[in-house]
Design a protein around this ligand. Structure first.
Ligand SMILES: [Ca+2]
Ligand SMILES: [Ca+2]
Length: 387
């Protein structure tokens, strides 16, 4: 991540919550819907403090959640209480954008206690890459541990640098497939290379094996894992209740993207982007190459998405079926209206801090994890309806 994202605060974030910074894809019906109005619809309560928090996943029942810290700790946090360390987590390569990453539950966690983690792993020489593993969470009184951790997937090839791991994890709504988002590791061309699983979304069986009905299964090798390609740094993805699969990613200088994920599609990076390279070299815009799948929303200036969810709760009925996106450089929570195949930014609330993740609790309230750096930030914030 460049200094641009660290320090540039887009003007839109400063003028409040009615900004429509996103460029929608021209769906007139979507644009005629009312915008969110100015009043912040939620109350914010700090409820925890973490060191480099990156991801959060509630356990069934919603009384406890797992929270990863990028430096390599997994915490079991109790609502209204303390956080304890979970032992048995893997060694991580901590630095840059890398360390311990995402955490999700197996769809049948209630009976098998299996969780999935992603992290940055050191390789030969000066190389590294993301890894995904799964193990059994054992909570024993006031202690917790991870047992039988097995690596089920790795980025290939491992490369130099410490950026663009992405490594977000998601199960399909039917629980039959695990999706992994894999960033381009700031190496550009691997996003189009079918012999690399960088710059892609991969689709696996829950045990890490490759489904026979994947779009490129007949090619074998890592190509068989690929669901879609041509991505840059896909940091969030989620299924909407209508079954549509959405992905959000950081573009280069400009051009953050919200994409509708369609089996086997190529989203064109690094051949096309609505942004350009940080050193000023242009990248042709999506409109110049219609053979590539185009984003449904692009953002310039960028929002720097941390992840995304599609909200399905009752506490914020105005957001049901829509995407919520936390912003790092934009220091905001962003509401993206989803309407069939169309999408548009519909509201933005300044949070005064870089936000890494948004998570929906089982009761429909929201939690935000602040990014932290140099000892600042890192709070867990609870959002409940205002008034
Ligand atoms: Ca999460
Ligand atoms: Ca461009």
């Amino acid at each position: 991540m460049r200094a641009f994202r660290t320090f540039a605060l887009p003007a839109l974030a400063l003028i409040g919550c009615t900004a429509n910074g996103g460029v929608a894809d021209g769906n007139a019906a979507a644009q005629s819907e009312p915008q969110d109005t100015g009043a912040q619809p939620f109350r914010v309560q700090p409820v925890g403090q973490f060191s480099e928090p990156w991801a959060m996943a509630f356990l069934p029942g919603g009384r406890q959640a797992l929270i990863t810290e990028k430096h390599g700790a997994l915490k079991l946090w109790t609502v209204g209480g303390a956080a304890i360390d979970v032992s048995g987590v893997p060694q991580v390569d901590h630095g840059g954008q890398g360390g311990l990453g995402d955490v999700i539950l197996h769809p049948e966690f209630a009976t098998n206690n299996i969780i999935y983690l992603s992290w940055a792993e050191a390789g030969e020489g000066d190389t590294r890459g993301a890894a995904v593993g799964r193990g059994r969470l054992v909570v024993d009184g006031n202690a917790a541990r991870l047992e039988g951790l097995q690596v089920i997937w790795r980025q290939q090839p491992k490369v130099t640098g410490r950026g663009h791991y992405a490594h977000r994890l998601l199960f399909s709504p039917d629980g039959r497939h695990l999706f992994i988002s894999s960033g381009d590791r700031q190496k550009f061309d691997p996003a189009q290379d079918m012999n690399a699983n960088l710059g892609k979304i991969l689709r696996l069986n829950p045990d890490g094996s490759v489904p026979a009905d994947n779009p490129f299964a007949d090619r074998g090798g890592v190509a068989a894992q690929i669901w879609v390609l041509g991505l840059r740094n896909p940091l969030g993805f989620a299924f909407a209740p209508d079954g549509r699969f959405w992905e959000i990613e950081m573009g280069p200088e400009g051009g953050d993207e919200l994409n509708l994920v369609q089996r086997g599609a190529n989203y064109g990076y690094p051949i096309v982007s609505d942004g350009d390279h940080y050193d000023g070299r242009p990248i042709p815009d999506h409109s110049t190459r219609p053979e590539f799948a185009a984003p449904k929303v692009t953002w310039t200036p960028v929002i720097s998405p941390g992840n995304m969810i599609v909200y399905t709760g009752d506490l914020f009925p105005q957001w049901r079926g829509d995407a919520l996106v936390p912003g790092l450089s934009s220091e905001a929570l962003i509401h993206v209206d989803l309407d069939g195949d169309a999408a548009r930014e519909a509201g933005r609330w300044p949070m005064g801090a870089r936000i890494r993740e948004v998570e929906q609790a089982p009761d429909g309230s929201l939690y935000l994890l602040e990014d932290s750096r140099e000892g600042r930030g890192g709070r867990l914030l609870h959002l409940t309806p205002a008034g």
